[in-house]
Structure formats: structure tokens, C-alpha cells
Design a protein around this ligand. Sequence first.
Ligand code: NAD
Ligand code: DAU
Length: 340
Amino acid sequence: MTIIVTGGAGFIGSNFIFHMLRQYPDYRIVCLDKLTYAGNLSTLKGVMDAPNFRFVRLDICDREGVNALFEEEHPDIVVNFAAESHVDRSIEDPSVFLQTNIIGTSVLMDACRKYGIRRYHQVSTDEVYGDLPLDRPDLFFTETTPLHTSSPYSSSKAGADLLVLAYHRTFGLPVSISRCSNNYGPYHFPEKLIPLMIINALADKPLPVYGTGENVRDWLYVEDHCRAIDLIIHKGREGEVYNVGGHNEMRNIDIVKLICKTLGKPESLITYVADRKGHDMRYAIDPTKIHTELGWLPETKFCDGIQKTIEWYLTHRDWWQEIVSGEYRNYYARMYGDRT
Ligand code: NAD
Ligand code: DAU
């Protein structure tokens, strides 16, 4: 079995590669990644020399390159993690989001049609459903909740989802889609809430909370997401969408306070800054379908996962210090310079 994993030098893709190499030592895993600002090859250094692993630097929008790779590797399965993934960046400049997230998806699926595939799996997000009101805790996203996006990022992901389902209906491509809630864990890029707050707190820097901090996200430990995708590509039904989430809703402000407490840092570091434009209030996944059809349940409780994650950032300073000292710093200044 050969699996092409796109975006495997990023946060979830790298964790998925580690998971698959551990679970299926007889599979061949080919990582295709452009290495944008969010891709970090050092993340993959532990598997780079494994005989059943190959890394290829390639843009998923590069049709010739993608076709050549398919001709060489004859993949059985493609799992597409490659994407521009940060909402704030999509508000600054949507164009690359449309290019990678929509056009790139179509290039990959065209190659799947041309060379044949057992399964094309699209890694999508709960953000395609828009948001839920804070005063209706009884509401959850199901797979039939209408797509109703808020940001250029989520719109580009929804566009890709529609294209994936269209390739299934029109061309009979064997596809599946997972829509997961917010992930956290090792190798999370330091522009996202949890790693950013850990790293800033360690340096006694301000902790920039958008708006009132009351927005709610439904957090899932990254390994649980990887197990869900593993199940879907092996046992999930073709043409189906599976929501992935573990009923773990937390307010942003409570996460930041928890990080302060765990690291022994004062809450006075918390700085309320201007809100994100179009900021979604609440995400909450109903995972009934993946539970009843595939038996998936999250294994890591948030109280354990967040401690493991903080510990990981404490013991892997080299990994994030290299990122923080690079291009990321300019981005940080642009993003937060005039916000306070
Ligand atoms: P990430 O930003 O950490 O990683 C993205 C990876 O894709 C990077 O390695 C980058 O180099 C690569 N990439 C970007 N553009 C590319 C291109 N044109 N060609 C090839 N490679 C390219 O993202 P992540 O947080 O790991 O998210 C992975 C996927 O999961 C995304 O599709 C995202 O929408 C989805 N998702 C993320 C979350 C989350 O909480 N992070 C939750 C649900 C779904
Ligand atoms: O729900 C799944 C989505 O989760 C994925 O599709 C996205 O790729 C992923 O980036 C994530 O999106 P969010 O926008 O929810 O994640 P982010 O870490 O950017 O922000 C989480 C919450 O924290 C959000 O309400 C905004 C807030 N926030 C974020 C940052 C970076 C802050 O208050 N301050 C910050 O500095």
C-alpha cells in the first residue's frame, strides 16, 4: 500500500505520518509538501531515513509535478492535508488560500482520476459550517448542517469540499471527507492560539486575546484526529463526510488562563486586543456518525492532552525557537504591531 500524504511537513500531516509509520510498517508513505512558511522539514527528521518513507518538495498546484509523482509512485490512497490553514492570514490576503485550497485540491483529484486511486481523502474543517450562538449550547454541527462560511479560509475549504463531492458524483472518484474541530498537540505552528500562548508566556510576553476571549472552540488532541482519518480511509464509506470532534468545548480565555497557571505565569500577561474580523463565536461537533459507523472515540482527555502539549513545548524548545527567530517574527510584528 502506498499513501501520498500532502502537507505532511505541517502540524497534523506530520503527526499523521508518524501515526501511519507506527501502525503500518509495511506501508510506503510519500510526503508531498511545498514547504511554505508553515512547513518545517526538521519536524520530519526522525523519519527521513526510514526505508518506507519519501519526502518530495512539490506544490499541489503544480499539475506536471503532481502527475509525474503519481506515475512514479502509483499511490493507492491520497490524504490531502496541504492547505493554507490560518484564518488571520486569509483575512490579510485571501488569494493564496483560493489557489492552494481549491485549485490544488482539483489538481490532486485530476491526477487521481488519470492514474486511478482506491481513495482520495480530503482533510477538511468544522469551520465550513460557520459558527453557533453562545446562548444555544444544545446546537451542534452535524454532517448535514448547511455550509455557511465566515472567512476566506473557511470559504476556500468549503469550496474544496464541494469540488470533492462533485468529483464523486460526476466522475465516480472514490472520495471521503473529514471535518474536524480544533486540533492541539506537538508540532503545532506558533501562530495558532495554544502554541502562541505557551511560547509568549514562557518569554513573559503579552498574551493577545482577541475581543472578549469568550469565543468557544472544540479541542481535540491531534493523535485522535489521526486515528479518525486512519479509520475513514480504511473503513469509511465512499462519498461520505465524517465530522470529527470530542465534545470538548472551551472558551479561549479559559485556555489562556490554564496555560498561565500551568506555567506559573501571572494572568496580568493577558492583553485583550482588537477582535478578529468576522470572528466565529462557537464551534461544536456532533461526532455521532463516526462513532456509530466506525467506532471512533477520542482517547485523550483535554486535561491530559494540554499537560502533554505544554510539556512538549518545554522539552522541544529548539523546534519552535528556530521558527520564532525566522520569518515568523516579521509576521508577528505585522499581525500584532498596531493591535494593542
Ligand atoms: P499547517 O499550516 O500546519 O500545515 C500545512 C502544510 O501544508 C505545511 O506543511 C505547508 O508547507 C503545506 N502546504 C501549504 N500549501 C501547499 C501547497 N500549495 N502544496 C503543497 N504543500 C503545501 O496546517 P495544519 O494545521 O496541519 O492543517 C492541515 C489540514 O487540516 C488543513 O487542510 C486544515 O484545513 C485542516 N484542519 C486543521 C485543523 C487544525 O486545528 N489545525 C482542524 C481541522 C482541519
Ligand atoms: O476549527 C478548525 C480550525 O481550527 C482549522 O480549520 C484551522 O486551520 C485552525 O487554524 C483553527 O482555526 P481557529 O481560527 O479556530 O484557530 P486559532 O488558533 O487561529 O484561533 C483559536 C481561537 O483563539 C480563535 O477564537 C481566535 C483566538 N485567538 C487566536 C490567536 C492566534 C486569540 O484570541 N489570540 C491569538 O493570538
